[in-house]
Design a protein around this ligand. Structure first.
Ligand code: SAM
Length: 484
């Protein structure tokens, strides 16, 4: 029973973090943290194996349990349920989906209680499998990704640059043939269904299990896999036929090719670049070049390999009117990647050490703060440099981080900078920055600085866009537009 008690505590902790949208670390880190916090005796590796699996199956198990009415039958003591729903979830997990399909516990009342419901649970399991059209629930659960690290939607963008006359109709017809069912909301996407996004033109959502990388449309560059939030910057910048754009931190090139989709190459012999893409890492610049070729826009993009802040001399880029600045960040909004919070712990884990002493945990936290500060100062420098370009009128700054240090706080530092003020840069208002997107910046961050001007704080926060990982249908993201 001790194992199930320990596992329940960890699961409670994981649920709490999930509710606060703080599930940025890996399940392994969360198990490790709670083992230390609650001084648990169970083997962390065993706990992790069970909890990781239980978390992946949780939505299905909860449906089965609810329908079997097991919750309704929980005996009570002094009016309170005798068994925790999470402990029951763990037992049901072991009974229904674990390899052995049995509860690893002596003859205890809670086990007897679950076994009393075994027939109903199994019958609900069969019904659910029929409904979802699978032989086994494991078909719905990605084996090599942590449950929370799986994107809820695979977003695909039709690339007009690979369509005759930039007309996307034929590609859409083909997409509809491949995905015949229509989903009205991204959360309703099932395998085989297609969701037409309401925020970004030419963007569609399909089920993550629907593999499209082998599809002809993908190979021909007619569709590009790109998370919805990652499409925000080019959409916000919305460059037109007279614009010249810099993508300051370009590889692998999702945003570069999306910017290109907005600009249509000039007719005639004018081959001058319309987009200057900068990338510091030579190896990543190669990937960028490949992506630009596949997307069919190499003729009007110039790739510059090196540091944007050094290479993009204002006098040399006098004609640039708009910029997208998407610099390296902690990546805390991205699935399947360890956030900075879990970075060092994850390294330990990779070395086979699962226990991290308390003082080291503290060091991890200090490291996190230190790293965020360094990233924020680098991000500030890159945007400030972009602001120094003489003809620039619009700059979109974005990160795939959930940390305010890299987002609102960078915006604040820029607004307080004397040069930035002299150059006349302001945060663009909400009506120019996907106004219908509901989740905006964190107003409290602005209130800490511009204390006596709540209207200004509100306006600034409204000018920012945030997306939460998973909850908003994709990666965690931040975007803001500066204009003058
Ligand atoms: N915008 C890209 C996209 O949508 O595909 C992703 C950009 S990624 C977050 C940041 C990129 O900026 C990395 O490839 C990194 O090597 C590059 N980078 C970092 N510092 C840079 C700098 N000072 N100048 C140019 N590129 C830089």
């Amino acid at each position: 029973m001790n194992f199930y008690r320990d596992a329940t505590w960890v699961l409670e902790y994981v649920e709490e973090e999930d509710k606060k949208d703080r599930l940025s670390g890996s399940m392994q880190t969360l198990v490790l943290k709670s083992c230390q916090r609650f001084k648990l005796k169970s083997d962390p590796k065993h706990l992790y194996a069970v909890l990781d699996s239980c978390w992946r199956y949780k939505p299905y198990l909860e449906t089965i349990m609810r329908k079997s009415e097991i919750y309704r039958d929980i005996p009570k003591k002094k009016g309170k349920p005798l068994y925790s729903k999470l402990t029951l979830l763990l037992l049901c997990h072991d009974l229904l989906v674990s390899k052995q399909k049995r509860i690893q516990m002596g003859k205890l009342p809670i086990k007897e209680f679950v076994l009393k419901h075994k027939a109903r649970l199994n019958s609900e399991l069969v019904k659910l499998k029929l409904k979802l059209g699978v032989k086994d629930l494991s078909e719905l659960v990605d084996k090599d990704e942590i449950g929370n690290d799986v994107t809820p939607v695979r977003w695909i963008r039709i690339n007009p640059l690979r369509c005759a006359d930039y007309d996307t109709t034929n590609v859409l017809v083909e997409l509809k043939r491949k995905f015949p069912n229509r989903a009205d909301h991204w959360a309703d996407i099932q395998p085989g269904s297609l969701y037409h996004d309401e925020f970004i033109p030419n963007l569609f959502g399909v089920h993550p299990r629907d593999k499209i990388t082998s599809h002809e449309l993908y190979r021909q560059g007619k569709i590009i896999i790109q998370d919805r939030a990652s499409c925000f910057p080019a959409h916000i910048l919305n460059p037109g036929k007279d614009d010249v754009v810099i993508d300051a931190c370009a590889a692998p090139g999702n945003k570069t090719t999306h910017i290109a989709a907005h600009l249509q190459p000039r007719a005639g012999n004018d081959q001058s670049p319309r987009i200057y893409a900068f990338e510091k890492e030579p190896a990543r610049a190669k990937v960028l070049k490949k992506m630009i070729n596949v997307a069919g826009c190499s003729s009007f993009i110039e790739i510059n390999v090196g540091d944007f802040t050094k290479l993009a001399i204002p006098e040399k880029f006098k004609d640039v009117t708009g910029l997208v600045v998407d610099p390296s960040c902690s990546g805390s909004g991205i699935f399947g990647r360890k956030s900075v919070d879990s970075h060092n712990v994850a390294k330990k884990k990779a070395d086979g050490e699962l226990q991290v002493p308390e003082e080291e945990e503290k060091m991890v936290e200090d490291d996190v703060k230190d790293r965020l500060n360094k990233l924020a100062s680098f991000q500030f420098q890159v945007v400030k440099h972009a602001m120094s370009l003489p003809k620039a009128r619009k700059i979109v700054y974005s990160t795939c981080s959930v940390h305010a240090e890299e987002n609102e706080q960078v915006v604040i530092d820029l607004l307080l900078d004397k040069k930035v003020q002299q150059w006349g840069w302001r945060v663009a208002p909400r009506d120019k920055v996907i106004p219908t997107w509901p989740r905006r910046g964190i107003v409290e961050e602005f209130e800490q600085v511009f204390r006596d001007d709540s209207e200004k704080c509100q306006r600034l926060a409204e000018g920012c866009i945030r997306a939460l990982p998973r909850k908003d249908g994709g990666i965690g993201f931040f975007a803001v537009c500066f204009e003058r």
